[in-house]
Design a protein around this ligand. Sequence first.
Ligand SMILES: [Zn+2]
Length: 281
Amino acid sequence: MPELPEVETIRRALAPAVEGRVVVRMEVLDPRWCEPAPPQEVAAAVEGRRIARISRRGKYLDWELENEVHLVMHLRMTGNILLVRPEDEQPPYVRVILALGSGERALFTDPRRFGTGIVLLGDAARDTYFSERLGVEPLSPDFTAEGLKAMARGRKQPVKAFLLSQERIAGVGNIYADEALFRARIHPQRPVGTLTRPQLEALREAVIESLNAGIDARGASIDDFRHPDGARGSFQDRFLIHLREGEPCVRCGRTVKKMRAAGRGTYVCESCQPRPRARRS
Ligand SMILES: [Zn+2]
């Protein structure tokens, strides 16, 4: 599933190609994409408007059109946005077509069809939509050790599940949670409220470093993720711990284990990331 670095990679690739262009036509081929809004209504709100900016919040991509019309997309499991020229062959699994004034088309492709889109009218509506769903943006100055400490205080939730909660920290998913916990030397099942101040500071830095490493590598293509030009990201070749089951830990040489945490396949070096001690009742 695309996480913050993958969506940011798409944003950076799309921005120079689409900003300033007009969406001359929008076709929603799969009504499930925008339900409960009817496809014609979504298209009518978008067509004829210039794209002022493409921005990102968490794992959401926001096509900011003129007059504060926002077309907000979420790629979910297998969504991609491909940019094709008129002479290019149409790829499979196209669910939405945005035909641009440049002659290019931005295609929302999605084999599993969990991706979504919504039109929000006005910046205030967009802000409310995000603030109801998303916590702090981890690559912004608002992501502080103080804030992390306040969110973690008294909570028994395992730290991996905590990192995956979009309403706390926006944009971190399974890959980057594993990478950050390994960098910070914290076991995924450690109750987040038991982390010390230095551990929370290390975790904050590790989240930022992992996300930035992912962006530098232009995302991880372990599944369907592709850049708008169809190319693959390379972060999967630089994982420190994720998907490295049975391999020696890059830090200590002990064997990396796979376990289940927060319902997800989770990779851990239990020498570098010691298991939480069982509590006596
Ligand atoms: Zn290790």
